[in-house]
Design a protein around this ligand. Structure first.
Ligand SMILES: [Cu+2]
Length: 145
């Protein structure tokens, strides 16, 4: 009878182990690194123009974001990796195409790593492309409404 009890205990441990694996697997990709303590990468829009986009070691954590006309966009470098963000985009082949759309703010911002900077304000409605001149295919599309 003690072996039956042991079996139950083992089963319980296995279920707990599998459960925790699922928990980790499910929570990990969506929430991104929260080491910065900044509450994830979900773009937030608020009265103060507080839309944020996080950057990883070689990418924007979201490829697109939408902000209200007249507001700024806050870029947050989550890691100790530099980025140089300018107007333009990489094409499908990874070729950099510097370009500033009509109505786009001039963007030329250096991140030295683990820092946060505002760009804009974006005063014209439209779709604007930003890229990192260091990291190939590090593109961000900003839609201003
Ligand atoms: Cu970069």
């Amino acid at each position: 009878m003690s072996s039956k009890r042991l079996g139950f205990l083992t089963l319980t441990l296995v279920v707990l182990a599998i459960g925790s694996i699922f928990f980790v697997a499910c929570t990990r990709p969506g929430t991104a690194p929260t080491a910065s303590g900044n509450g994830g990468n979900t773009p937030k829009t608020g009265g103060g123009g507080g839309t944020t986009v996080h950057m990883g070691s070689s990418d924007f954590l979201v490829p697109t974001t939408t902000i209200p006309k007249g507001s700024k966009l806050t870029l947050i470098d989550d890691v100790a990796v530099p980025h140089i963000i300018q107007n333009g985009t990489y094409d499908a082949n990874g070729t950099p195409k510097p370009a500033k759309e009509p109505g786009a703010p001039t963007v030329n911002v250096n991140f030295s790593g683990s820092d946060t900077k505002d760009i804009g304000p974006f005063t014209t409605a439209g779709t604007f492309h930003l890229y990192c001149t260091i990291h190939v295919k590090m593109n961000l599309t900003v839609t201003v409404k």
